[in-house]
Design a protein around this ligand. Structure first.
Ligand code: C2O
Ligand code: CU
Length: 486
């Protein structure tokens, strides 16, 4: 990502002004059912910690970043590639027919510069989703919210606020990847070879491998980023949402970071988690919620009946860095928030996941097919595998249409992995063998040495990507497919 001159930057952002109170990123405007909305993959300039940075974006004709549509509409979008490189966008959370999923060569080829493609399929279910390139371009913010509103909630007296989190580097993703794998970077920057430069941090943890109770180091973050963003902004200049005293706010939070999990910290206001990955859950109160890469989380908050300003923070897992935004009433004084906290947060566990209960569970039925998947790999050599294999050498998970499938995911590595299935939403039905009616979602976190079982109905034939949503784990091969025909 190259930086550009301050003057170019000012020219391109003059219209945005320097107001500290800005409107929500997205206008709740539905796409007309007949005419495809245009989403253009393009470049943008944002300011990161006082420095201008050229990034990608997914913008509508009117400049809106991302898309808000209603579940009553079909998804009708013309994707235009205005970049000078091939690209394709995946609709993360939607369940399109195979063919419109937006993963390169599964089965759609990349769009060349200047090409466009019209997508059209029913949406049916509401939820907080997102769209992103299924390539290293995701690191350069080729990612945006994709919110599907519920027509049944049209009159709800709550203020929706959409926030996409990201991990930002002034290095190119190719350089970051080369830094992890230890190979020579594809472009410039000689100082990156070897992953000793990657800023990996380890945490001590009682490893449970083989029941030895032996302490093993757990790897938490493998890339040291230059900044962590919430709607393109750092805590030096956070987005401030104007809220009403005593009003109800519905946060629609999206972790669009490529390699960073965040704890969402609602501070002094207790929140109520109401949906994960767009699917409703029994309301769960709390002040700190895990949000892994690829996942979404809806949180309802009641603003106190007083003038004030309340930061909502996203704390980097196992570390001190943070990002976030502010909710402020009229007359509420916004205080400066340091971009670094004084205490490293904990590593993710499954406490939140095991407390979630689906509000709309799958039909209760026994599995027609069980498939176990061992998640493996180490930082050493930067090799990450599913059942011992990497993409290209992968064994497809063969299922049959109409079956109830259970995937038993076991993490045999010392790093956590957010595992994502395309084309379906699954239900978490067991953790370490304990059965329960957990959340329906599309991305689930696997801490080291833990086992999570997910169930789904094979009702959408195709060859669907199943992978780790850590971009560099996926890029080095941590991906396979679930495969079936009609
Ligand atoms: Cu968010 Cu395979 O994607
Ligand atoms: Cu991973």
């Amino acid at each position: 990502m190259q930086s550009i001159s301050r003057r170019q930057f000012l020219a391109s952002t003059a219209a945005a002004g320097a107001a500290s109170v800005v409107l929500p990123l997205i206008n709740p405007r539905a796409v007309d059912a007949a005419i495809p909305g245009i989403i253009r993959a393009d470049t943008r300039v944002i300011e990161v910690a006082g420095r201008a940075a050229k990034v990608f974006g997914l913008v509508q004709a009117d400049g809106t970043h991302g898309l808000v549509t209603s579940a009553a509409n079909d998804f009708q979008v013309r994707l235009e590639n205005a970049l000078d490189a091939p690209t394709l966008i995946h609709w993360h959370g939607l369940t399109p027919p195979f063919g419109q999923d937006g993963v390169p060569d599964l089965p759609q080829p990349l769009l060349q510069p200047g090409q466009s493609y019209d997508y059209s399929f029913p949406i049916a279910t509401p939820g907080t989703h997102w769209m992103h390139a299924h390539t290293l371009q995701e690191q350069q913010l080729l990612a945006a919210p994709l919110v599907v509103t519920d027509p049944a909630e049209a009159g709800a007296d709550e203020q929706p606020l959409v926030v996409l989190f990201h991990d930002f580097s002034f290095k190119t993703p190719e350089e970051l990847l080369a830094g992890l794998t230890g190979s020579a970077p594809a472009s410039g920057n000689g100082g990156m070879a070897g992953h000793s430069m990657s800023g990996m941090s380890s945490m001590d943890m009682q490893g449970m491998s083989g029941g030895q109770g032996m302490a093993m180091p757990m790897d938490v973050n493998d890339i040291q980023y230059d900044a962590y963003l919430a709607n393109d902004r750092t805590l030096d200049d956070p987005q401030v949402f104007a809220v009403e005293r005593n009003g109800t706010v519905r946060l629609r939070l999206i972790n669009g970071a490529t390699a960073t999990a965040f704890w969402i910290d609602t501070g002094s206001i207790e929140g109520e988690a109401s949906a994960v990955d767009g699917n409703p859950v029994a309301p769960l109160r709390g002040r700190r919620f895990p949000l892994a890469m690829g996942q979404r989380l809806d949180i309802r908050l009641r603003i106190p009946d007083e003038a004030g300003a309340w930061p909502i923070l996203a704390l980097r897992e196992g570390s001190v860095e943070r990002t976030g935004f502010v909710l402020a009433t009229r007359g509420g004084a916004v205080k400066r928030i340091a971009p670094v906290g004084d205490q490293a947060t904990a590593a993710f566990d499954l406490a939140f996941e095991s407390s979630l209960v689906a509000a709309k569970p799958l039909a209760a039925t026994s599995a027609d097919r069980n498939q176990s998947i061992e998640i493996g790999g180490t930082m050493q050599g930067y090799s990450w595998t599913l059942n011992g294999r990497t993409w290209g050498d992968h064994l497809p998970i063969a299922v049959r249409k109409g079956e109830r499938i259970e995937l038993v995911l076991r993490n045999a590595s010392m790093m956590g992995h957010p595992m994502h299935l395309h084309g379906h939403h699954f239900q978490v039905v067991a953790i370490d063998g304990r059965r329960f009616a957990g959340a329906v979602r599309d991305t689930v976190w696997l801490p080291p040495m833990r086992e999570v079982t997910v169930a789904f109905d094979a009702a959408n034939p195709g060859t669907w990507a199943f992978h780790c949503h850590h971009l560099y784990h996926m890029a080095t091969g941590m991906m396979t497919v679930v495969d079936y025909t009609a």
